[in-house]
Design a protein around this ligand. Structure first.
Ligand code: GLU
Length: 423
């Protein structure tokens, strides 16, 4: 079977996009077919059923996955997602993107992703704890600090990571902080990890603006998503002088032409669970958030939100991908034709896994770095990756996504070449 076989690649969705990006990089790098096929397939996948005893005594059963795409540069690394949209192909795509992301920011990891097809908002904290512990015990044989290190993603958080760490540690008979990242700071989590993805998105957005001679103080932005990535991105952009005029979440969107007060809006979201109903902004259709007349849009929610159906209506000059896979390959082509700069996910949102790596290093050192040290090392890594991508893109006449993917794929292939094919 070749990497283009339809049995391996679905015809639409994130996995198709991920395969198309890999194929473009493989063509550019003149990768032979065998190596391309190795990279197109995950190294290891586990599908588990996760039974949950609900608070009312009934039993519900959920599907869970852990996909390890690649180990050439080190242990597999990537988040764990709780969402009803989770399926095996989505997890496969997200795992492949983690491999490229880790290679691009040059942290010594391969890529992985996990997920459970569950709506976390429909469950109590104790149900989420039980489902997490059961899932962890099912995937226990394939995770570990030197094997595969989960982290938070959509629908999971530091509590989820604490339960995974505890379940794994009990099975090992001793405490193993390096089995997960994104833990509570009091359990060995890194200072700065919670806002690392947003901090990285902001560094990259500011570099992109500078590259287009845009003054942040004369720039407007809209942010889709007000969760782990979107909320702090809106806050950091506003702190850098950008006028954030609209934000959205799953329940609604708010707009103010004068710029939203993100701290005040955050208080409202904490109190009510959503940005919807915020009194100092106008309610707008959340589907319009990426199409507003702003300079920069930051999709920071889910994949597949910029598509062939709406990409031609994007008015922004720059799209900074805070989410994984928000732009489909058809949308990518449309945006390129319009001259919109798309800063790809594997660069823009790599701050999260970068500080995950710092957390893992701190776990191995049994030592805690200061937040200042974490943030300054993060900025160094993001800035270096930015210049690598921009240099490669201009040297080869490529888009930033093509350049980022080609650089990352090259690094993974180089590790594979040096190690050799066993046996
Ligand atoms: N879930 C985040 C991502 O998609 C972080 C992964 C990690 O820290 O391992 O990049």
């Amino acid at each position: 079977m070749t990497p283009t076989d339809s049995a391996v690649i679905p015809t639409a969705g994130p996995l198709e996009d991920a395969h198309a990006q890999l194929a473009a990089a493989a063509r550019h790098l003149q990768v032979n077919e065998g190596i391309h096929e190795m990279l197109a397939r995950p190294r290891r996948e586990m599908q588990v059923s996760v039974p949950l005893r609900r608070d009312d005594g009934s039993i519900a059963v959920y599907e869970g996955f852990r996909v390890q795409h690649n180990f050439s540069r080190g242990p597999a690394k990537g988040g764990l997602r709780y969402s009803t949209a989770v399926d095996l192909d989505e997890v496969r795509a997200l795992a492949m993107w983690m491999t490229w992301k880790c290679a691009l920011v040059d942290v010594p990891y391969g890529g992985a992703k996990g997920g459970i097809a569950i709506e976390p908002r429909d469950h109590s904290a104790s149900e989420l704890e039980r489902v997490t512990r059961r899932y962890t015990s099912e995937i226990l044989p394939i995770i570990g600090p030197e094997v595969d290190v989960p982290a938070p993603d959509i629908g999971t958080d530091e509590h989820t990571m604490a339960w995974i760490m505890d379940t794994y540690s009990i099975a090992m008979g001793h405490t193993v902080p390096g089995v997960v990242t994104g833990k509570p700071v009091s359990l060995g989590g890194s200072l700065g990890r919670a806002s690392a993805t947003s901090r990285g998105v902001t560094h990259i957005a500011l570099l992109a603006m500078a590259g287009r001679d845009m003054d942040p103080h004369q720039t407007t932005a809209a942010v889709q998503g007000f969760g782990k990535v979107g909320r702090d991105t809106a806050r950091f952009l506003a702190a850098a002088g950008v006028k954030v005029i609209a934000v959205s979440d799953v329940d609604g969107a708010v707009y103010s032409e004068h710029g939203l007060d993100i701290t005040h809006l955050s208080d409202h979201a904490d109190e009510t669970g959503s940005v919807a109903g915020y009194e100092h902004g106008e309610a707008i259709d959340p589907r319009s958030i990426l199409l507003l007349d702003v300079d920069v849009v930051v999709p920071a929610a889910v994949e597949g939100v910029l598509t062939a159906d709406n990409a031609d209506k994007v008015q922004a000059r720059i799209v900074v991908e805070g989410a994984n896979g928000p732009t489909t390959k058809d949308a990518d082509a449309i945006l390129a034709d319009k001259g919109v700069l798309v800063v790809p996910d594997i660069l823009a949102n790599a701050g999260g896994v970068t500080v995950s790596y710092f957390e893992w290093v701190q776990a191995h050192q049994a030592f805690q770095w200061s937040e200042t040290e974490v943030n300054s090392r993060l900025e160094d890594k993001m800035t270096k990756a930015w210049h690598d991508v921009v240099g490669y893109a201009s040297g080869h006449g490529m888009s930033y996504r093509e350049a980022a993917t080609a650089l990352a794929v090259h690094r993974v292939i180089e590790a594979h070449r040096l190690r050799g094919l066993y046996p």
